[in-house]
Ligand binder design. Structure first.
Ligand code: HSE
Length: 414
């Protein structure tokens, strides 16, 4: 029986999860791959720390020692940050190892280079765990939606942010308490700023864009906002309207351009994201043949992320080729339609271009307007805050009462 030798770089929550699944699912792995999978080495920061690792496994803090092993087939990487990870993976590919990574920041920056290098050395790169934890969204796009023309992807991509928003709403906990719990559960990044300020979701969105469209939006044009500005007051006001705050990443094609945004928005009961709670992630893929698909599942934590890496270990072992084609189709470049917004921080009637729909809680309005109007309004009124409500039309049960002598419509529930 031939053996497949694996090195695990990083033995934190995710690295340890991969190690444990290789032991617990040894039979399944052997059956699918046709070889026994063995962990040959683990790269750790502190060799002295006690760990439950078999004595035959090389535990080292020196990557060169791992590269020097007589047999090494796959390098599984679960470290944080761009460097030295990118250098390690470059060397691993040059040693003709397949690689599997969970490192979204590194892969968003260097994914193209690694994929090109892997092609040159005839090895494969698995990066399922970089986006949406245990949800197989990358493989769905890479292998299962090869002919569909994708027009838009929208997702809740940061488990920590979704967990915090859910805890704040359901348990009336503070932001700080909820973040602490997310850290204790092993969901948050080493530096949680990446989670709560939207950087983590931004990197994941760029990776998805490359898989879906073959390219990314210009990073500097992507609107990026985290959840640190979402107060209990905002959450409560939204709840009275049966809306929930979700941190949503979007990337879509408009004409020949790719556009992206990562920000808190509101969703109503009919939206597939409304019931995506806690550490769950969800991804909506909009494409021309199949329509909208929603994938949902655990977005962070030891076993969900390790699950994605183990499935990737199989994917690279059987050395499948990526086939997704990126046809040069152009989507319709449309005039931006009016959207629905929850707006706060302004008194009375908004202005003649903006339609006030209802006032659920004093000082909060739902309005219908073009985004540029809101941007203009925010310039005039510094205290104003506004959040897009996705697909709000479907939530409306009632009618509009049109006031005489103005464009203002008041929404009446029936
Ligand atoms: N910190 C990340 C999250 C981990 O909360 O989604 C999974 O990528």
């Amino acid at each position: 029986m031939t053996v497949l030798k694996v090195a695990i770089l990083g033995f934190g929550t995710v690295g340890e999860g991969v190690y444990r699944i290789i032991q617990s699912h040894a039979d399944e792995l052997q059956k699918v791959i046709g070889k026994k999978v063995e962990v040959a080495a683990c790269l750790v920061k502190n060799k002295q720390k006690a760990r439950d690792i078999h004595e035959n496994v090389l535990v080292t803090d020196d990557f060169e020692e791992i590269l020097g092993l007589p047999q090494l087939d796959i390098v599984v990487e679960a470290i944080v940050g761009k460097e030295p990870t990118f250098t390690y993976l470059t060397k691993a590919i040059q040693r003709r190892c397949h690689i599997v990574t969970a490192n979204k920041e590194m892969f968003a920056h260097h994914g193209n280079e690694l994929l090109e290098l892997a092609k040159e050395y005839h090895v494969s790169v698995g990066f399922e765990a970089t986006v949406a934890g245990g949800i197989p969204v990358i493989q769905t796009l890479r292998q299962l939606l090869q002919v569909n023309r994708i027009s838009k992807i929208q997702g809740i991509l940061n488990g920590t942010s979704n967990f915090i928003l859910t805890e704040m709403r359901e348990k009336k906990q503070s932001f700080a308490e909820s973040l602490l719990l997310a850290q204790r559960n092993g969901y948050a990044e080493a530096d949680p700023t990446n989670d709560v300020e939207g950087f983590d979701a931004f990197y994941k969105t760029m990776i998805l864009s490359r898989i879906a469209f073959g390219e990314e939006p210009d990073w500097l044009t992507v609107e990026r906002e985290g959840i640190t500005g979402i107060t209990s007051e905002l959450i409560n006001a939204a709840e009275k309207l049966e809306l929930r705050f979700k941190h949503v990443a979007s990337v879509w094609k408009e004409g020949n351009r790719i556009i992206g945004s990562v920000k808190p928005v509101l969703v109503g009961k009919e939206h597939p994201f409304y019931h995506v709670e806690g550490v769950e992630n969800a991804v909506n893929v909009h494409s021309d043949i199949v329509g909208r698909i929603t994938l949902q599942g655990p977005g962070a934590g030891m076993f969900p992320t390790a699950s994605a890496m183990i499935e990737d270990l199989v994917y690279v072992s059987v050395n499948q080729k990526d086939k997704r084609c990126f046809s040069q189709y152009q989507s319709q470049a449309k005039e931006q339609p009016d959207e629905f917004w929850l707006i706060h921080g302004i008194k009375g009637t908004v202005n003649s271009q903006i339609t006030v729909i209802e006032e659920p809680v004093e000082g909060f309005f739902v309005i219908k307007a073009a985004k540029k109007e809101l941007e203009h309004l925010a310039l005039q009124h510094k205290a104003v805050r506004y959040f897009s409500i996705l697909e709000f039309e479907k939530s409306l049960v009632g009618q509009f009462e049109i006031n005489e002598n103005s464009s203002i419509q008041t929404f009446i529930h029936i």
